[in-house]
Design a protein around this ligand. Structure first.
Ligand code: UN1
Length: 493
């Protein structure tokens, strides 16, 4: 069996304890991917010490030079795109056309971050006083602990790691225990690109090891993508230990469909939004809100198409929907479906594990649609992270928006309409970090701000230029060349 290692200070090393864990493929539980180090406190200490030492030099490397290395990393991601896509599919399940898209997002982020290294603009402003300059510029934060989920094993870490490095920080990265191989390849690529030892470190292990990174006194910043539950715990620790902290958490993203919409296009949108990545995206469409005039017709159209989606091993040609990540997740998903039906939801498609043929070998769950979901029901409110779509009827446009906003989350949202007034009102009034007009809730681009409001985040935006607000601090400098003491607020008035 293949054995993998941590990447610390430019070296590939086993966990100090000698312990390891195995990871299996969600599409075929007999397929064991390998043995991975089960890292603990000593490994965290080593990685953080390496990152802290490397920061001293890396922060002084001119930003455009750092950018040159990231551009090379982008080239290597490009070269390894197909191979890496297969590695990702094998360990987390989504079809290769999706994992290749995931890698593409990292390529885009690498080139974008590289170009931003020539544009990390500061600001100057006139001073209140004679012969004095006021300026401010960005400085890196220090050692960044990056903790991410398995559903985007390359794209989401790239959104954090590559801009962090571009801005002069150093990184200790913990990939999910369910996608460790992708984390290893990430390190191989940055190593080959020439990122110096200690600037980027990867520690493999389970969730509890993430906590050790968050608690470590020499880690200055935490960037996290994952569940609201864990994110909130991380936020509490960062509050207590005074660390900068960016949290990307759950979603319960709605797609609204109004009578004026192109219904065929709205169907294509919801199929992709709800069942792409087997519904396991923080941006997945998990609620469909249909205007009453087209409610029954739209559900019939949708069920006919969703019932034809081809489930299977993501490595096989023609697979449209892969497995869910593991049986524990599958049981939780199934439990939500049972609760929905018990609470009065009408199951119109799926609602069970798929066990036909080879599907029995993995964690496959049928694309599931439950209609007549009202605001008070559990699956209207709680994130499921699986191929389950809750459908609600809206009495009017205002009611549709009220339903869209009636949850604790606010990441992504979508409206299908050809009424420009409705589109503009939705754009303004939907409580979410992202709103799509006539396209589904998934599909964020690397160079645009990404993040959510309400229970989804804590006020930060990754992606685009805004990511540098997370990974830098502002330094303000006053230069007095008057040759004498000038007292602010006193001598000039
Ligand atoms: C996530 O699910 O954590 O917009 C991120 C999208 C992708 C990113 C999803 N580009 O759906």
């Amino acid at each position: 069996m293949q054995e993998f290692k941590n990447y610390i200070n430019g070296q590939w090393v086993a966990a100090k304890s000698g312990q390891s864990f195995e990871n299996i493929s969600p599409a075929n539980h007999e397929d064991i991917i390998g043995k991975f180090p089960l890292s603990g406190q000593e490994d965290v200490n080593d990685a953080v010490a390496a990152a802290k030492a490397a920061f001293k030099k890396w922060r002084l490397v001119p930003a455009p030079k750092r950018g040159d290395l990231l551009r090379i990393a982008g080239d290597i991601f490009k070269r390894r795109k197909k191979e890496l896509g297969k590695i990702m599919t094998r360990e987390m399940g989504k079809p290769t056309f999706e994992t290749e898209g995931d890698v593409q997002e990292a390529i885009d982020t690498a080139y974008y971050s590289a170009s931003e290294t020539r544009r990390l603009f500061g600001k100057t402003a006139p001073s209140e006083m004679l012969n004095k300059f006021n300026l401010s510029f960005r400085v890196p934060v220090g050692v960044c602990g990056i903790i991410t989920a398995w559903n985007f094993p390359v794209a989401v870490p790239s959104w954090k790691i590559l801009p962090a490095i571009a801005a002069g920080n150093t990184v200790v990265y913990k990939p999910s225990k369910d996608s460790p191989h992708s984390g290893v390849v990430f390190a191989e690529i940055l190593e080959e690109a020439g990122i110096p030892p200690g600037v980027f470190n990867v520690l493999l292990g389970k969730g509890s090891m993430g906590n050790l990174i968050v608690e470590h006194p020499d880690v200055n910043l935490i960037g996290f993508t994952g569940s609201t539950n864990i994110g909130n715990q991380i936020g509490e620790i960062c509050g207590r230990t005074n660390k900068k902290c960016s949290l990307e958490m759950g979603g319960k993203n709605p797609q609204v469909v109004m009578p004026s919409a192109d219904l065929d296009s709205a169907i294509e949108g919801v199929l992709w939004g709800a069942f792409g990545t087997t519904g396991q995206r923080c941006t997945a469409t998990s609620r469909l809100i249909i205007h009453k005039d087209i409610y029954s017709k739209f559900i019939d159209m949708l069920v006919a198409k969703a019932g034809k989606l081809k489930l299977g091993d993501g490595l096989k040609e023609g697979t449209q929907v892969g497995p869910v990540i593991h049986d524990t997740a599958l049981k939780e998903i199934d439990n939500y479906v049972k609760i929905a039906v018990k609470e009065g939801g009408r199951l119109v498609l799926g609602g069970e594990r798929a066990i036909e043929g080879d599907l029995a070998k993995g964690s496959f769950y049928k694309p599931t649609i439950i209609a007549d979901i009202t605001k008070d029901m559990t699956i209207f409110r709680e994130e499921i992270f699986g191929p389950v779509l809750a459908v609600s009827k809206a009495e009017s446009f205002d009611h549709a928006l009220e339903l869209a906003n009636g949850v604790q989350y606010g990441l992504s949202s979508s409206i299908y309409t050809n009424d420009i007034g409705e589109a503009c009102i939705a754009m303004r009034d939907i409580e979410a970090g992202i709103t799509y007009i006539n396209s589904p809730t998934i599909g964020a681009e690397a160079h645009m701000p990404f993040g959510g409001v309400k229970g989804t985040g804590n006020g930060h935006r990754e992606g685009g230029w805004t990511v540098f607000d997370i990974f830098t601090e502002w330094k303000t400098v006053y230069i007095d060349f008057s040759g004498k003491l000038q007292r602010a607020q006193i001598d000039n008035y």
